[in-house]
Design a protein around this ligand. Sequence first.
Ligand SMILES: Nc1ncnc2c1ncn2[C@@H]1O[C@H](COP(=O)(O)OP(=O)(O)OP(=O)(O)O)[C@@H](O)[C@H]1O
Ligand SMILES: Nc1ncnc2c1ncn2[C@@H]1O[C@H](COP(=O)(O)OP(=O)(O)OP(=O)(O)O)[C@@H](O)[C@H]1O
Ligand SMILES: [Mg+2]
Ligand SMILES: [Mg+2]
Lengths: 228, 228
Amino acid sequence: IVNIQGLTKDYGQNGVVTHALRGVDLTIESGEFTAMAGPSGSGKSTLLNIIGGLDRPTTGRVEVNGQELNRLSSTKLSRLRRDRIGFIFQSYNLIPVLTVLENAEYVLMLQGVSAAQRRERVRDLLKEVGLEGMEDRFPRELSGGQQQRVAITRAIAPEPALVLADEPTANVDSKTAIALLDLMRQLNEEKGVTFFFSTHDPNVMKQARRLVLLRDGRISRDGGMVEG
Amino acid sequence: IVNIQGLTKDYGQNGVVTHALRGVDLTIESGEFTAMAGPSGSGKSTLLNIIGGLDRPTTGRVEVNGQELNRLSSTKLSRLRRDRIGFIFQSYNLIPVLTVLENAEYVLMLQGVSAAQRRERVRDLLKEVGLEGMEDRFPRELSGGQQQRVAITRAIAPEPALVLADEPTANVDSKTAIALLDLMRQLNEEKGVTFFFSTHDPNVMKQARRLVLLRDGRISRDGGMVEG
Ligand SMILES: Nc1ncnc2c1ncn2[C@@H]1O[C@H](COP(=O)(O)OP(=O)(O)OP(=O)(O)O)[C@@H](O)[C@H]1O
Ligand SMILES: Nc1ncnc2c1ncn2[C@@H]1O[C@H](COP(=O)(O)OP(=O)(O)OP(=O)(O)O)[C@@H](O)[C@H]1O
Ligand SMILES: [Mg+2]
Ligand SMILES: [Mg+2]
C-alpha cells in the first residue's frame, strides 16, 4: 500500500541545506502493523508527512494505494488524503473552534457521511479511548493526552486504508497507551486497516509486527518482531 | 520551596464543573529532584501551572519561594516567575518568530543579562542538549523533540531556584531522554536547582529521588525512590 524508492528530502535556504531524508526505500504491504523508531531528528515526521502527501519529496518515487504522489493534481491528492489516509500529527492539530465531537467527526463530515451515522460512530470511539462525556469541550479544555486521543479518533473513525500516526502515545500513561494500541490492533485485524506509526516507546515497539529503524535520514534496520 | 495546602481547582461553565484538583497537599524542599506520574487527565499539568503562577487555585494555599501566590500582585507574580521559576510546557510554547537562540536566551534577556554573557551560556547549553548548529533556525524547522529541547534550554539557562517541567522527555528517544535527565540532575546536584517534573516514562521516574503519584486530582502515593 506504500512503495517508496530512493526518497530524499532536503530543507534548505541561504546555502544551508539539511538532508532530512537521505535515500529511503520502503515497502509497506496492505494490512501491516508496523512501527518506526529512531533518534529525535532522524526524519520520522518528515517521512510520515511525505507518505501522507503533506510534503513533497526532493527526489525519489512515492506510491500510495497504487498512485504515484508526484503525478497527482492537488485535488486528487487531497481526495486521496481524505478518503484513504488517516493522519495523526505529532502536535495533534485539532481545530480550536470546534468541539471534541466536531473535531473527531471532521473527516467523516468531509466525506459526506450523514450526521446521525457519523455521530454514532464517533461517540462509540470516543468512549473506547476514554473520552466519554467530553464531546462538547474545546481542545484548550483538555489535557495533552486527551487532545492526543481526539486526534487518534479523528484519524481512525473513517476506517481509512492507511493510518499514519506520528508518536500517537507520546503524551499518555502506559495503561492508556496499551489500550490505544489494542484499539488500533483490533482495527487492523478486524478491518484490515494498515498502520504505520512512529514511536519512542519500547513497549509500543514491542506491539508492532515489524519495526523499521531510522537513523540520520536512512533506514538502518528493518525486520519482523519476534513473537512472545 | 513549594508548600501547598488544600489545593483544589475547578473548571466550570454552564453548570458542568470539572474538579481537576480535589485537595492536594504537597511540600517540596529546596534541592529536590522529584517526579510526578499519573494517568492522562489526572491533573499534572494543572498542578504545575498553579505552582508556576500561570493559573489560580479555586481554594487552598500555594506558597512558592516563601511567597503566598494569592497575595502577589500580577507584577510581583511575573517577577517571581521570571527570576525564580523555569517552566517547560507540555507543548513547548516557543515563539515562532524568534530563532532557536533567541527563544533559548529569552528569559536571560528579560532579566537584563548582557548579550555576550547570555549567548555564551545558551550556546553551551544548546550544545549539551544536542542542538549545536541549529541556533538560527526557527521552531517550525525543528523536529518535535528538537523543539522540546529548546524549551528545556530556555527554562534552565537562568539557573532558576525551581524548574517545573511538564513531560520534558515525551517527544525524544530514550538515549536523548537519559542525556537530558543527566543534564538536569547535574544542575540539581551542582547548582542546587530544584526540579519537579511530570512524566509518563517509567525510566524517567526511576531517575527521580522521590515520586509523587497523582490520580483523579489527588495525591495517591508519595515516596522516596529506592536506590539501585
Ligand atoms: N523546515 C525545515 N528546515 C530545516 N530543517 C528541517 C526543517 N524541518 C525539519 N528539519 C530537520 O529535518 C530533520 C528531521 O526532522 P523530523 O521532524 O522528521 O525528525 P523526527 O525523527 O520526527 O524527530 P522527533 O523524534 O524529534 O519528532 C531534523 O534534523 C530537523 O531539524
Ligand atoms: N479549561 C478546562 N475546562 C474543563 N476541564 C478542564 C480544563 N482544563 C483542564 N481540564 C480537565 O482537567 C483535568 C486535568 O487536566 P490536566 O491537563 O492537568 O491533566 P494531565 O494529568 O496533565 O494529563 P496528561 O497526562 O494527558 O497531560 C482533565 O480531566 C482535563 O480534561
Ligand atoms: Mg517527529
Ligand atoms: Mg498534561
